[in-house]
Design a protein around this ligand. Structure first.
Ligand SMILES: [Mn+2]
Length: 217
């Protein structure tokens, strides 16, 4: 007797709530791929990141730190559920990415200049698209290099830690977090004395805040 082909998504908990520690940002790809098979709700991704990670492929590699967001956005059929914050190191501007790929970006300049308004705008945007939960994929380089230099590509003029923590808390309270990660933390690559300690301590704060906002701790 034949059996129906096994499909991974059939056996996964639709309420899966992953917490993941990177690793480079490609580590988020298997997570969001599994979420797309398991979850039945209208979940979204919020991604603090200096970069867009929106290349279709890089040096012939389909899934890597520079491409995972492109493929995550394809899982959403480019319907606006990929939201990037803290963007600032990109060869193309916001209009390019939003018009060609249907993503929504809140660049770092806007978040720094209007911290409260930009937080309100992220929440309002997620509500406007009917997002019911958020996976928070937190590239440490979304945060300003002053606070997080121990990473592969630290960038100036980034997000303030308190802004990111407020975002995490508001996503949990006002939309609902389903889980999240902390990515690109690389202690050996510190630029300044004590940089590794500083960056890992901040990463731990972010990670705990993400768990607390998801689980109501
Ligand atoms: Mn990234």
């Amino acid at each position: 007797m034949g059996r129906a082909p096994h499909r991974l998504g059939d056996t996964q908990n639709p309420n899966i709530a992953p917490f993941v520690i990177g690793g480079d940002h490609s580590t988020a790809w298997p997570v969001v791929s599994a979420l797309s098979r398991a979850r039945k709700d209208r979940w979204a991704i919020v991604q603090p990141d200096a970069h867009t990670d929106l290349l279709e492929h890089r040096l012939g590699v389909k899934y890597c730190f520079a491409t995972w967001s492109f493929h995550a956005n394809e899982l959403f059929n480019r319907d606006g559920r990929l939201v990037q914050v803290g963007t600032r190191a990109s060869g193309k501007d916001r209009a390019h990415w939003e018009s060609t790929l249907g993503v929504r970006q809140f660049w770092a300049e806007e978040c720094r200049r209007k911290p409260e308004e930009s937080l309100d705008a992220v929440i309002a945007y997620l509500k406007s698209i009917g997002a019911t939960s958020v996976y928070f994929s937190n590239d440490i380089d979304g945060t300003d290099e002053e606070f997080a230099d121990a990473t592969g590509t630290p960038e100036p003029w980034g997000l303030e830690p308190e802004w990111v923590l407020k975002l995490i808390r508001r996503l949990g309270a006002e939309i609902g977090l389903l889980g999240g990660d902390i990515m690109e933390v690389a202690p050996p690559l510190r630029q300044i004395p004590r940089g590794a300690h500083k960056t890992t301590t901040l990463a731990a704060r972010y990670f705990y805040a993400t768990m607390a906002a998801t689980l109501g701790l």
